[in-house]
Write a protein that binds this ligand. Structure first.
Ligand SMILES: Cc1cc2nc3c(=O)[nH]c(=O)nc-3n(C[C@H](O)[C@H](O)[C@H](O)COP(=O)(O)OP(=O)(O)OC[C@H]3O[C@@H](n4cnc5c(N)ncnc54)[C@H](O)[C@@H]3O)c2cc1C
Length: 476
């Protein structure tokens, strides 16, 4: 009797360097790839504030990613079974119908994902079948780290120094040659849902993010080999406008369409051919932040999602629901904040500089709980990742464990520093396009004559600030 292994694709929508997929191909006679759109994720709400858990940009991106995965499998003589529902029930049912011996998957480690994999494991055990876990999210393997996960240093720099000194990044796994698909298994293939099935209208692509492994590999090739933008990454990474100032790998990393190990080794190849500099090093440095937050998430468990954060700090927030709404809409009357929030709402993306600023503004200036902001990001971001999102919010809100990370961002000073000419602001807030430099970061200073001259009537064309004027004056 031949052994059948199911591969349950989750946030690892790729064939290259996919340990679960490779394991399945090595240890089974037949391999059945499956993806389930979890209705709790695609039709559910965020836990506290009730935003759509996956807003349209990420839903569309995931649909594209799954389509791309199916095409790659088809090209190699395999296919992808697709369902919409509850993965732990559907996968167990497919295992039962096909008499599969094992289900292979990459292990997730945040609470909601753990519940799903634990439930599936129990359902499989009831049928005498097994869930086999692999790893594949990080640059480093936890087994290779010079400390147990529960002793991960709380300070990023200590963490970085230890791993860089003692650990090598393993080589990525090749795509298996034989995908061992059995077309005679009596199982319906299933259609890939459309965005309308998740309650959204067609998404107009306002950004260049398109889901799927083939797009991820294309972007890597573009950023390294075609344009060599990587050589200037350190200088350009704090810019705000355009596609090329940073790698834009995040959405593909979050969906698992590309592995960090693969990126790292491509950078090493690039350095061999074209030389290394601080910028080529710095992309790997940023990928280390991603590993760091994942390990911190593992070490502190659900604390990363709680208001008191990793530091268990009792912070009282007194800001209003009205101000939170204005922040979400990008109508606070502070152009630098509003431009960033409008970019997020229109494209599903915001630069790292922007994220730090709007996050700091929400919890430190508006005095609104960071958890609300994190939930809004969870809903909207095309690159949402539980550990990176909630981990970064912990640090910006000052409830992380690294005391040096409790920073305050003066959103007006930052706007002037990173968008001196106001080009970014004018791109996302066209109503301010006539404003000269002296007013672009503080339109509330326009008198009635200026408002007429520059065609911006405050309170009509652009909001008056929701923050006290005296307070704002101190930030200028
Ligand atoms: C409040 C807040 C929330 C965030 N939420 C997320 C999130 O949900 N998902 C996410 O991927 N990133 C998140 N980030 C981190 C960072 O803003 C994005 O990874 C980055 O802007 C994505 O653009 P890029 O791919 O061009 O990044 P690059 O600057 O090109 O960096 C390369 C890669 O390194 C990783 N990286 C860079 N900075 C960080 C960081 N601070 N923390 C973790 N990983 C990092 C990302 O995987 C990124 O793709 C958040 C940051 C803040 C301040």
């Amino acid at each position: 009797m031949k052994n059948i292994g199911i591969v349950w694709f989750r946030n690892d929508l790729r064939l290259l360097d996919n340990e679960a997929f490779t394991n399945a191909c090595q240890s089974s006679d037949f391999v059945l790839p499956v993806y389930v759109f979890d209705t709790r994720t695609f039709l559910g709400k965020t836990s506290k504030h009730g935003f759509p858990k996956t807003d349209h940009h990420r839903a569309q991106f995931t649909i594209e990613s799954v389509n791309d995965l199916r095409q790659s499998l088809l090209k190699r003589g395999s296919n992808l079974i697709v369902r919409v529902g509850i993965p732990e029930e559907i996968i167990a049912e497919i295992a039962n119908i096909t008499k599969a011996s094992w289900v292979f998957c990459n292990r997730e480690m945040t609470s909601e994902e753990i519940i799903v994999q634990d439930n599936l494991e129990k359902n499989l055990w009831k049928m005498g079948r097994e869930l086999v876990f692999s790893r594949g999210k990080m640059l480093y393997y936890t087994a290779d780290l010079p400390f147990p996960v529960m002793h991960t240093p709380d300070i990023f720099t200590s963490f970085r120094k230890e791993v860089e000194k003692f650990v090598d990044v393993r080589c990525p796994l090749e795509i298996p040659n034989n995908l061992k698909y059995n077309p005679n298994l009596n199982i319906e293939i299933g259609n890939i849902p459309t965005i309308k099935d998740f309650g959204y209208n067609e998404v107009n692509h306002h950004s260049q993010f398109k889901g799927g492994e083939s797009q991820a590999v294309k972007q890597l090739k573009y950023y390294l080999w075609d344009t060599k933008h990587i050589k200037n990454y350190k200088e350009s990474r704090n810019e705000l406008l355009g596609w090329d100032y940073s790698t834009k790998f995040s959405a593909w990393l979050a969906s698992g369409s590309i592995s960090p190990k693969y990126i790292y080794h491509e950078i090493k190849k690039f350095e061999k051919e074209f030389g290394s500099n601080e910028s080529t090093y710095w992309v790997g440095f940023e990928l280390l932040w991603r590993d760091f937050f994942r390990l911190i998430g593992k070490k502190y468990g659900n604390k990363i999602f709680q208001e008191a954060g990793l530091a268990s700090k009792d912070v009282r927030y007194t800001g209003s629901e009205h101000d939170f709404k204005m922040w979400c809409q990008g109508t606070t009357g502070i152009p630098f904040v509003d431009a960033n929030m409008r970019e997020l709402n229109i494209t599903g993306f915001m630069s790292n500089r922007g994220r730090q600023n709007v996050a700091s503004f929400l919890c430190k200036d508006l005095n609104i709980s960071w958890v609300k902001g994190a939930e809004y990001f969870e809903s909207k971001l095309i690159d949402y990742d539980p550990c990176s999102n909630y981990g970064n919010w912990n640090y910006v809100a000052g409830v992380g464990n690294d005391p040096r990370e409790d920073r305050y961002f003066n959103v007006i000073g930052q706007g002037k520093r990173y968008d001196d000419s106001g080009k970014y602001i004018k791109h996302w807030l066209p109503e301010l396009k006539e404003l000269p430099n002296e007013f672009i970061h503080s339109p509330w200073l326009l008198n009635a004559n200026d408002q007429a001259k520059y065609q911006v009537v405050l309170g009509k064309d652009y909001p008056t600030p929701i923050v006290d004027m005296k307070y704002l004056q101190k930030l200028i």
